[in-house]
Ligand binder design. Structure first.
Ligand code: MG
Ligand code: ZN
Length: 219
C-alpha cells in the first residue's frame, strides 16, 4: 500500500539534485532566476509582459514559459521584448528541474540579468518540484476568491513574494482582502505582497522596483 512513497521520494531527490545544478548554472552566468506560479488565468503571462516592458532598459530579461501545449505565452513574452523559450510539458501539470535544465541551453544566460520562469498554471504540485531558482513567487487574483490561502496552503507557505493581481476588479468581485491577508499571514508571516493590476498598471511600480532590487542585491 505504501510502495509508491519511496518512488515519489526518489523522484523528488533526483529533482533536487538537478535543481542544485540549475542554481549553479544561474550563479555562474550571473543571472537571477525567479519562478512564477499561479492558477490558470491569474495573469502570469500578463505579469511577464508588464515586467519585461517595465524593466526594459534597466535589466536584460529572458523568459521560459511552461505550458501543457502551444507557444502562445512565449510568443507574448517575445513580443514584449524578452528572449523567450517555450517548454511544452506534454501533459505534465508542473515544471520540474529536469525540464528546466533541458531548456537552459536555448538561452544565452550570460547575456541576461533576470530569468523569469513561468510555471504551468496549477496551485498544487509546482510547489513540490524545486527548479533551482533564487525566488519563488505566487500570483493570486481577485476573481479567484479570498479563500485560496485556506484551500491551497502549500502554495502560500514556501513563497518569497506574493502578487495580488486584478485589484481593478475589486468593486465587481467578492474578494475580502482582510480575510485573504489573514490567511496568508498565518501561512507565511510578513511575506512581501504586491497588490496590482496588470490591466491598469496600478501598483506595478512597487513590484518592478522590488524585483530590480532583488536582482541588484544578488549580482
Ligand atoms: Mg501563461
Ligand atoms: Zn503536476
Amino acid at each position: 500500500m505504501s510502495t509508491c512513497i519511496p518512488v515519489v521520494e526518489n523522484i523528488l531527490s533526483a529533482n533536487d539534485r538537478l535543481a542544485a545544478e540549475n542554481r549553479a548554472i544561474f550563479d555562474k552566468a550571473g543571472v537571477f532566476a525567479i519562478n512564477l506560479m499561479a492558477s490558470p488565468g491569474a495573469g502570469k503571462t500578463s505579469l511577464v509582459e508588464r515586467t519585461v516592458e517595465g524593466l526594459a532598459g534597466r535589466l536584460r530579461l529572458g523568459v521560459i514559459e511552461g505550458d501543457l501545449a502551444s507557444s502562445l505565452d512565449a510568443d507574448r513574452a517575445a513580443a514584449a521584448g524578452a528572449a523567450a523559450v517555450q517548454i511544452n510539458t506534454g501533459g505534465e501539470c508542473h515544471l520540474d528541474a529536469v525540464m528546466l535544465h533541458a531548456a537552459l541551453p536555448q538561452l544565452d544566460l550570460k547575456s541576461l540579468d533576470l530569468l523569469i520562469v513561468e510555471n504551468v498554471g496549477n496551485l498544487v504540485c509546482p510547489t513540490s518540484f524545486k527548479l533551482g531558482v533564487h525566488c519563488n513567487i505566487l500570483i493570486a487574483s481577485t476573481p479567484e476568491g479570498d479563500d485560496k490561502p485556506y484551500k491551497y496552503p502549500g502554495s502560500y507557505r514556501g513563497i518569497d513574494a506574493l502578487v495580488i493581481n486584478k485589484i481593478d476588479l475589486l468593486p465587481y468581485v467578492d474578494f475580502d482582502m482582510q480575510n485573504f491577508r489573514r490567511g496568508v499571514e498565518m501561512l507565511n508571516p510578513g511575506v512581501m505582497t504586491f497588490p496590482l493590476s496588470c490591466r491598469t498598471g496600478e501598483g506595478l511600480d512597487a513590484w518592478l522596483d522590488w524585483l530590480a532590487a532583488q536582482v541588484k542585491n544578488r549580482a
